[in-house]
Ligand binder design. Structure first.
Ligand code: TTP
Ligand code: MG
Length: 242
């Protein structure tokens, strides 16, 4: 069977409600199953806004966002949530147990699936370190968990749902470089058939992506692989040197 999870943006323009100027202009790209698409750009460039259009946190002003050829505006929200897992830039944990937090998107997941997701997300040790294990309590907003653990638990939660598309919005920024690399290697093995879209600040996080979009002021100014962009993109070079 053909792999699912092809994401296509066609000439997308977007304005926040009430705003004058568009935050995104003429955005076109395709992200394919089995591949990793990365988005990089300075703060305020529009990266979070861009990834929020697929799960329909907002709808486009013009253009189209398609999932496997179907405009997301024609899909119902439960279908989108079952097929697209987004790890937000500020991941949110609920007050309740780790298990409750991990099962959020897939209530019938087995314990084995939860542990597998934790292992991939490099969070297994953290959960095992207390005898309460999966029953360990998380405070509202995850305030009794570090930023890096919050990111990892949130990544594990996305993995549990086994979606066609993963969106990681700056999900590796609180991790040290070695953990970041380990996590992404493990992730690669577990997401072979899925489309992976990674927003990042750190070039090392996305250097091995199949395609990188360089976003500046709401526009894609350059695109290519890491090696291509090093040659062709002054904006990318600036990010590398920063
Ligand atoms: P973002 O899409 O949040 O920019 P970013 O994700 O690239 O930035 P960062 O690296 O810091 O995460 O914002 C783009 C523009 O849209 C910016 O001018 C702020 C504006 N904006 C709103 O007006 N309302 C919103 O809810 C958000 C998220 C952004
Ligand atoms: Mg952002």
């Amino acid at each position: 069977a053909e792999k699912k999870g092809r994401v296509e943006f066609r000439d997308v323009t977007f304005k926040y409600p009430g705003a004058e100027a568009p935050v995104l202009s003429n955005i076109s790209f395709t992200a394919e199953p089995g591949k990793t698409l990365a988005i990089i750009g300075s703060t305020g460039a529009g990266k979070t806004t861009l990834v929020s259009l697929l799960p329909r946190l907002y709808d486009v002003a013009s253009g189209e966002v398609l999932l496997d050829g179907v405009p997301v505006t024609e899909m119902d929200s439960s279908e989108i949530t079952s097929r697209v897992s987004a790890v937000p830039q500020k991941p949110y944990l609920f007050s309740g147990t780790i298990e409750h937090n991990l099962r959020f998107g897939k209530p019938d997941a087995t314990d084995e699936e939860l542990w597998e997701a934790l292992e991939t997300a490099q969070a297994k040790g953290f959960v095992e370190e207390k005898s309460s294990g999966l029953n360990r309590r998380i405070a509202q907003g995850g305030t009794n968990v570090s930023g890096g653990q919050r990111q990892r638990l949130s990544i594990a939660r996305a993995l549990v749902t086994k979606p066609n598309v993963y969106l990681f919005d700056d999900s590796f920024s609180a991790l040290d470089v070695a953990t970041d690399a380990r996590l992404r290697k493990a992730l690669k093995g577990k997401t072979k058939d899925a489309t992976v879209i990674i927003v990042a600040q750190r070039v090392s996080t996305i250097a091995d992506a199949d395609e990188i979009l360089v976003l500046d002021n709401g526009r894609i100014v350059d695109r290519g692989t890491h090696d291509e962009l090093l040659e062709t993109s002054p904006t990318y070079q600036e990010i590398v040197e920063s």
